[in-house]
Design a protein around this ligand. Structure first.
Ligand code: FAD
Length: 453
């Protein structure tokens, strides 16, 4: 039984369905095909190699990528409206893909439903899990209040199975049940001081994109930033990442004048493209950004956690969903390796993924500083050029960190370690070369001085 049919839930149900398992997937929301937007999260996402690989294994990558827009690099907008383009890779065929969350969610659910042994139950909210019996208590969404008012459990649906897999996102109820009931369960959550708000740049009057279509746009402003990803309908979805509190923050920017003044000061080139800015800013929710680390991700052969339920990360590497999809691949592999021993399969899955999820959490936090601050600097752009130069000069030996994370399936922890080592060697060698050149110049100047004496 799976709880949560978000991005990873739908995909995992398809993997398990293909495996021949009987799967009941319970989702608190209504069917997304009935026009319900997957609210509260980003409208579009960056899909890259790891996620694409997971979709390919089920034969649905082409279907998803048909609606994707390639983003070939970062388009940096400075305060004067000047633009600088920095490609993601030296190979122009390596890019990330902007895809709609709702369409992707529908595709993975439909992929799961192609297997007759997968049943999806929308409008079922899990409220608690009994870990040892792998039983979930569910209520029909919208009637929870009535249930508690009646103080009766006759409307609670008990669903049992061989195992419960929590794919119910960052605020997972399955994980909460583990926190309550497993002695020594490790749990850590940390929130950024920044929240995020989505805004819109609609298509131009001819239906086309009003900025470069094939780029991820960034307005880096040191302590905060705005980004924009293209949508197939000609619009862009912008996300402002900004402090919740402080002299200039979400808390102090409420009136039309305050909102307009802030945007005109910080994003003057974007304002004319955002006719619904004031409405969007006042109406759209301000989301929070959380990193969740926990252990273990399983209980005996009965319960496991997958995706954000196990390891929510901040979105600045564009990897949360990609990592959640990679979880599905690894769990599927472990179940195939240990068909008779599910506890061993869950334990292996946890061991193979935990270190990598922790590494990704750190990389994602570091990348916030890179995106909001460093992308604005010439040094950053020079470093990216040097990265691409070294990659060309040392093929297979030097790989930039961004490329390892985004364009390979190398484990995140290995990529982080390799990048540290590469940096030490490259910058150590550069330093050594500079010192040698200085010493040579000094020696040469001394000799010249001697000769001309
Ligand atoms: P979710 O997608 O959150 O799905 C969980 C599902 O469980 C939902 O359908 C929910 O309704 C359901 N559920 C929850 N509780 C219950 C319950 N009690 N009972 C039943 N059902 C329940 N990742 C990327 O790879 N690339 C990006 O560009 C990117 N951009 C992002 C931008 C933002 C602003 C944010 C916040 C995140 C971004 N992410 C990105 C991360 C990505 O959204 C998540 O990592 C991904 O959604 C995780 O998938 P999931 O299935 O584990 O969780």
């Amino acid at each position: 039984m799976l709880i949560g049919s978000g991005l990873a839930g739908g995909l995992l149900a398809a993997y398990l369905g293909r495996h021949g398992y009987d799967v009941d997937l319970y989702e608190r929301r209504a069917d997304p095909r009935e026009g319900n937007i997957v609210g509260g999260r980003s409208i579009n996402l960056a899909l890259s190699t790891r996620g694409i690989y997971a979709l390919e294994q089920l034969g649905i990558a082409d279907e998803v990528l048909r609606h994707a827009i390639p983003m070939r690099g970062r388009m940096i907008h400075d305060k004067s409206g000047n633009l600088h383009f920095s490609p993601y890779d030296r190979d122009p065929n390596k890019f990330i893909n902007s895809i709609g969350r709702a369409a992707l969610n529908t595709t993975v659910i439909e992929a799961a439903q192609r297997y007759p042994n997968v049943r999806v139950h929308f409008n079922h909210r899990c409220i608690d899990v009994d870990l040892d019996s792998a039983t979930a208590n569910l209520v029909l969404s919208g009637v929870e209040a009535a249930v508690s008012a009646a103080n009766s459990d006759h409307q609670i649906i008990r669903a049992g199975g061989d195992a419960v897999i929590g794919v119910d996102g960052a605020f997972s109820v399955v994980r909460q049940s583990m926190q309550k009931k497993i002695k020594g369960f490790e749990y850590d959550e940390s929130y950024l001081a920044h929240g995020y708000k989505e805004l819109t740049i609609p298509p131009g009057s001819d239906g086309s994109w009003q900025m470069e279509k094939e780029a991820l746009h960034i307005w880096p402003r040191k302590s905060f930033m705005m980004i924009a990803l293209p949508n197939p309908d000609g619009s862009f979805t912008c996300t402002l990442f900004w402090e919740f509190e402080g002299p200039r923050s979400f808390a102090t920017t409420k009136t039309d004048d305050e909102i307009r003044r802030f945007f005109e000061e910080e994003f003057p080139d974007a304002v004319p493209l955002m006719p619904s800015l004031l409405d969007d800013f006042k109406t759209n929710p301000t989301g929070s950004l959380v990193t969740i680390r926990c252990a273990p991700w399983f209980h005996k052969e009965k319960v496991a956690l997958v995706g954000d339920a196990a390891h929510a990360v901040v979105p600045f590497y564009g990897q949360g969903m990609n990592a959640a999809f990679e979880d599905c691949v690894v769990l599927d592999e472990c179940l195939a390796e240990f068909p008779q021993d599910r506890q061993r399969a869950f334990a292996e899955y946890f061991v193979r993924r935990k270190e990598n999820a922790d590494a990704l959490a750190n990389l994602a936090l570091q990348n916030f500083i890179e995106m909001r601050d460093k992308t604005a600097s010439r040094v950053f752009r020079a470093k990216k050029k040097l990265d691409h130069l070294l990659e060309g000069l040392l093929p297979g030996i030097y790989l930039p960190l961004y490329a390892m994370v985004t364009f390979t399936r190398m484990p995140y922890a290995g990529a982080a370690r390799r990048a540290q080592l590469q940096d030490r060697i490259v910058y150590g060698s550069l330093l050594l070369a500079i010192v040698l050149i200085i010493l040579l110049l000094v020696a040469f100047a001394g000799k010249g001085h001697y000769l001309f004496r």
